[in-house]
Design a protein around this ligand. Structure first.
Ligand SMILES: [Zn+2]
Length: 327
């Protein structure tokens, strides 16, 4: 298994949980995209199934560990998504519920079900799963990953042990990216945009589309700084019609606005956004109140797009709102 950077406390908690035999049957790993939630799900799975743990840690070399790593372990089921939005259907939940009552065949003595990226999991699906989560067989474990706890019903959350997964330090991210064999110049520019988020930094280096989205976010910030409604409109329309792409850019713009609000009070503050220079310029020309208003408008557009409303419509409303706020 590759070295995992950051989240030391979380990792040692998981190790201790398994060592002491007090393993949680339902676990949720939550945190922003790219922080390593799926990696944590894999780590917990390896800990549960490893045949020869070394110092409380999964060995990484036994057949179980290797199968978990390759996602081919017979006792590990990755729930499959369906539909346009990639959700989990009631049917999938039902199949997993009935499968969970069949005892494991293999020597691990455990069965593990993993639901990744449970963004907005259908309420009916959650209610179907609730039955098994309330009283799981001794050998069954359920692992969820999601960006937020709010993606779940309170009844599900109350039965989960929830672990927040955090970004690393920038130094750790640089080390991890260097270990993956990336070039130093690429690492520097990735870390300047995505800081301690190893997943997003990796994506930035590998994926040209994300680099374009970062550039578009910077152009949006520039249009706001120049109070140029026409440019703002043009850039917003160039985001395209792909829901997730537009949401990514809006999220990045939102972080940048958050940074400028923080920089108003502390010029040395650390950033979470992708464009420090832009955030600094903005911090000189807006107040916290204006930053908050822009944030609300972005949030509104984001939610509207999430609800399947026409993207151009949501974006032109956003353009009009931001222009009204800054002019
Ligand atoms: Zn092992």
């Amino acid at each position: 298994m590759k070295k995992i950077y950051g989240n030391e406390l979380l990792i040692s908690t998981l190790c201790n949980m398994v060592k002491s035999g007090r393993t949680a049957h339902t676990v949720l790993f939550y945190g922003e995209k790219g922080t390593g939630k799926k990696l944590m799900a894999k780590l917990y799975t390896s800990l549960l199934l490893c045949k020869n743990p070394i110092n409380n840690m999964a060995c990484g070399i036994c057949s179980s560990c290797r199968n978990v790593e390759n996602e081919s372990h017979p006792d590990v089921t990755y729930a499959v998504t369906s539909g346009k939005l990639g959700g989990y259907s009631v049917d999938t939940a039902r199949k997993i519920c009935s499968d969970a009552f069949i005892k494991p065949n293999n020597d691990s003595g455990r069965k593990i079900y993993i639901f990744r990226d449970c963004h907005n999991m259908d309420i009916r699906t959650q209610n179907t799963l609730l039955k098994i989560i309330e009283e799981p067989p001794d050998y069954a474990h359920f692992i969820f990953t999601a960006e937020s706890k709010n993606d779940f019903l309170p009844t599900i959350i109350s039965r989960c042990v929830c672990f927040g997964v955090s970004p690393c330090t920038e130094e750790e991210t640089e080390l991890s990216l260097a270990e993956s064999g990336f070039r130093e110049t690429d690492i520097k520019s990735a870390v300047s945009c995505f800081h301690g988020n190893i997943g997003m930094c990796t994506e930035y280096i590998k994926n040209e589309d994300l680099r374009k989205q970062v550039d578009l976010t910077k152009l949006l910030a520039d249009s706001i700084i120049r109070k140029d409604e026409y440019a703002l409109n043009t850039v917003l329309f160039s985001l395209g019609k792909e829901r997730n792409d537009v949401k990514t850019v809006l999220s990045m713009l939102d972080k940048l606005i958050r940074d400028s609000a923080v920089l108003i009070h502390d010029k040395e503050a650390e950033n979470i956004g992708c464009f420090r220079e832009g955030a600094i310029k903005l911090s000189y020309m807006i107040t916290s109140r204006i930053a908050e208003k822009i944030h609300r408008s972005i949030e509104k557009a984001w939610n509207t797009i999430e609800c399947n409303v026409s993207i151009p419509l949501a974006l032109s409303a956003l353009c009009a709102e931001i222009t009204e706020i800054i002019i």
